[in-house]
Design a protein around this ligand. Structure first.
Ligand code: UDP
Length: 247
């Protein structure tokens, strides 16, 4: 991981997580955007870590990112169990909102790729209204077969930030293939366009404070329950990492 070596990282099952506060991380990212440094941020939860654990190519891809942030209480708990605590959980959605806000205040530009056609259409209106100073370089839904035109458009508009919300592993693979198209920030942010447009509701603040967002999502979308089955396997692997380290 190129830039993470600047600041201490916490390694969980081979994935190095940045260990700083959200505010410090945002300062770092904003400086890099301002200096037009190409930056790839992965927002990883236990599902992503376990997917990487099972797919070496994807693990290598994540390790090639500039920063991996702890998006998910499972990562924070894992770090604590390994006795290498992480300072703060940094969610992709919070970063997304804060960067849009900063971009609006400083007349920066952003490109949005992901979500269903009706969602990305709504996103344009929501962003225009809520972040009026931000330049929308372009948008594209996440259900494409040919990415050539999207990349051409990104190259032509040269945005400061590219947000890719097609879910893992697609979004990270897309970023790895195309991150040199512009020298800005590239970040994969899962279902964030659905949340910003109100298509999917984020958990109320109290649930978030209690770190129960994952439970709220399962209650709202019961089909997601199968995705939680990865958690016991993840915790088991953490225990194994701890034991292996001690020996
Ligand atoms: N998505 C997409 N293209 C695809 C598959 C999914 O753009 O081929 C979008 C989907 O519409 C949703 C997001 O990717 O907006 C994934 O959301 P999810 O909540 O599953 O993300 P995660 O839990 O991984 O953050």
């Amino acid at each position: 991981m190129s830039s993470q070596t600047d600041q201490k990282a916490v390694t969980i099952l081979g994935i190095p997580f940045i260990n700083c506060t959200r505010s410090d991380f945002e300062t770092t990212i904003i400086n890099r955007i301002t200096q037009r440094q190409n930056t790839f941020v992965v927002t990883a939860n236990p599902e992503i870590v376990m997917y990487a654990h099972a797919h070496p190519d994807y693990a290598a891809l994540i390790q090639s990112a500039d920063y991996v942030v702890a998006d998910g209480i499972g990562i924070v708990i894992g770090a604590r169990l390994l006795k290498t605590p992480i300072k703060e959980r940094i969610t992709g959605y919070d970063l997304f909102e804060d960067l849009l806000d900063w971009g609006s205040q400083h007349q920066k530009s952003a490109y949005f790729v992901g979500a269903k056609p009706q969602v990305i259409q709504k996103l344009r209106d929501v962003v225009k209204k809520r972040y009026p100073g931000l330049v929308i370089s372009g948008t594209h839904d996440g259900y494409f077969t040919d990415e050539t035109e999207i990349i051409k458009d990104i190259k032509r508009t040269d945005p400061n930030m590219v947000f890719v919300a097609t879910g893992y592993p697609k979004q990270e693979q897309f970023i790895q293939r195309h991150r040199t198209a512009t020298s800005g920030l590239w970040m994969g942010i899962g279902g964030s366009f659905d949340v910003l447009t109100g298509t999917v509701k984020r958990a109320p603040a109290t649930w978030q404070q209690l770190h129960l967002e994952w439970l709220y999502r399962v209650i709202k979308e019961p089909t997601r329950i199968s995705r939680l089955m990865v958690l016991p396997k993840y915790l088991w692997q953490i225990v194994r990492q701890k034991y292996t380290k001690k020996r």
